[in-house]
Design a protein around this ligand. Structure first.
Ligand SMILES: Nc1nc2c(ncn2[C@@H]2O[C@H](COP(=O)(O)OP(=O)(O)OP(=O)(O)O)[C@@H](O)[C@H]2O)c(=O)[nH]1
Ligand SMILES: [Mg+2]
Length: 487
């Protein structure tokens, strides 16, 4: 296997396999809860020290997600500088590491939302943020337990003020007051350092989007101030921000296998099955589900996605529809046979299986690429992404820590039956047909794939970041401020 055959994710993970983050905050601030939610893990291996005591050098990891390392440290008590010195020394030691994977990629400073009128930062916190101004590691102030602010405000609100309101109106009223109060905290912090980034989190269900905001803000800063490879590690490790998964999957795909999809040197001379496998492997790597049973890399899952795209393999969709679940078994049998797993032969030979075998054994030839081969490759990327996006919501967002076939089949079934699938396939056919009329047209199939994902995915991307890359860091920083989302 030459270099080109290596999935791009292997290359990226060699340089930076894990996102490394330091969490600062007093005992009970919510650091462990933040780690668990951001990386969607249930169990983490913490140090064996007593509760509230931690050694900043210890690497906190989880078997459920191998792509992050967290370090835990207490906050800064008033009138006590020992921990500040420990944190400073640790940051300096990590900054001196030559390899990106050993450096710190971000710091989350966890502060429980203060009581109204309460002090936000102690002197030690202020000193820490002044010190960090000269250090090129992104720091985000994470206001934890945001729900408690809402509850405090609810308790203090004069009943007469809400007497005329129904429940929904009261909730809206309290939400607004909470946001106002939070904006006040942010304003106070900006007086200490106008570039401080801050965002709230809460582990109460109605605030679950807050975790994706921490991740989104962190990953933007990591991309701009640390390194692109660390950004990939952040995107892969996190399990809160679906936009970032899709964005990273597209960016990595574009680096090698999706690139010049209709005239690919990487695929030239390879079987179609090889092409599908390479694409699948990279995309699954980026989504980083906790897939203990290896469902997503199994022939069974590959068969599901191939069933989705099979109608694109012929000029007329009706000639190649694999509707029944028996046909799903046939695809799996063919894949098993191709990957060396023994399969009982059917007599007489099954024409559907023969057709599938021929299709998957067909060779990608860039000079004579047929529209249907291009269509199936495009469809494979889009359909796989759409299925995984649904899986994200069915798994991570429902607190499922280890994938089961149930979530996979539910996500797959939702996309299989969706209108989006039919529309995506029609658009792919239209694209291939229009391309056929201009044989020397630009090789832009991967751009069309990206467009289709953006258009038909479940949730529209919050920011049109994929195409807008400002080279001006000051401008990006200003954007970060503008995006400092106050929920
Ligand atoms: N209401 C509410 N409680 C929370 C939230 N996040 C964490 N908690 C609770 O706060 C307590 C402390 O949370 P941890 O995540 O263990 O705090 P920690 O910073 O890791 O604490 P140490 O390990 O002692 O340093 C736990 O009982 C959590 O359930 C939140 O968003 N809202
Ligand atoms: Mg903890």
């Amino acid at each position: 296997m030459d270099d080109y055959d290596e999935p791009i994710t292997d290359e990226v993970f060699r340089e930076c396999p894990k996102f490394r983050v330091l969490l600062l905050g007093k005992t009970g601030a919510g650091k462990t809860s933040l780690i668990k939610r951001a990386f969607n893990v249930n169990n983490i291996q913490e140090s064996n020290l007593e509760p509230g005591v931690c050694n900043i050098s210890d690497e906190i990891v989880s078997e459920e997600n191998s792509h992050f390392i967290a370090h835990d440290s207490q906050g800064f008590e008033p009138g006590e500088s020992k921990n500040f010195e420990i944190v400073k020394a640790f940051i300096a030691q990590r900054q001196a590491q030559p390899a990106l994977k050993d450096q710190l990629h971000a710091i989350w400073h966890c502060i429980p939302v203060p009581h109204a009128g309460g002090r936000i930062f102690e002197t030690g916190d202020e000193n820490f943020h002044k010190f960090m101004v000269s250090i090129r590691i992104p720091v985000i102030v994470v206001f934890t337990q945001y729900d408690r602010l809402y509850n405090q405000i609810a308790l203090k609100t004069d009943r007469a003020q809400v007497a005329e309101m129904n429940d929904a109106q009261i909730e809206q009223f309290l939400d607004n007051k909470t946001k106002e109060m939070f904006k006040g905290f942010v304003k106070d912090l900006r007086e200490i350092n106008p570039k401080l980034r801050c965002t709230p989190v809460s582990n109460v269900d109605r605030y679950c989007e807050t975790y994706s905001e921490v991740i989104s803000m962190t990953s933007n800063l990591v991309r701009d101030h640390v390194a692109k490879t660390a950004w990939y590690a952040a995107a892969v490790s996190q399990r809160a921000d679906v936009d970032l998964k899709i964005e990273a999957s597209i960016e990595l795909g574009m680096k090698r296998y999706w690139r010049k999809l209709s005239t690919s040197n990487h695929f030239d001379g390879m079987t179609l099955r090889f092409c599908f496998e390479q694409i699948q492997r990279e995309v699954i790597d980026v989504w980083n589900f906790n897939d203990v049973d290896k469902i997503l890399t199994s022939n069974g899952f590959m068969a599901m996605i191939l069933r989705l795209v099979y109608d694109l393999s012929t000029p007329s969709p009706s000639n190649a529809v694999l509707g029944s679940s028996q046909e799903l078994d046939k695809i799996k049998d063919v894949l098993d046979a191709l990957t060396g797993n023994p399969v009982a032969e059917s007599t007489p030979p099954d024409p559907v299986k023969i057709g599938l075998l021929n299709w998957l054994s067909g060779v990608y030839q860039k000079k004579t690429l047929s529209p249907s081969t291009l269509c199936t490759l495009m469809g494979f990327i889009v359909d796989l992404t759409m299925t995984l996006e649904r899986l994200f919501w069915n798994a991570f967002r429902k607190g499922v820590h280890s994938l089961t076939m149930h979530e996979v089949q539910t996500a797959y079934g939702e996309y299989y039956r969706s209108d989006e699938r039919a529309r995506v396939h029609q658009e792919i056919r239209n694209y291939a047909a229009s391309r056929g009329h201009k044989p020397k047209g630009p090789d832009d199939a991967e751009i069309e794939v990206k467009r289709l994902i953006g258009t038909y995915r479940l949730v529209e991307s919050r920011q049109p970041q994929w195409d807008v890359v400002s080279s001006n860091l000051e401008e990006r920083e200003a954007d970060c401020w503008a995006n400092c989302r106050i929920i």
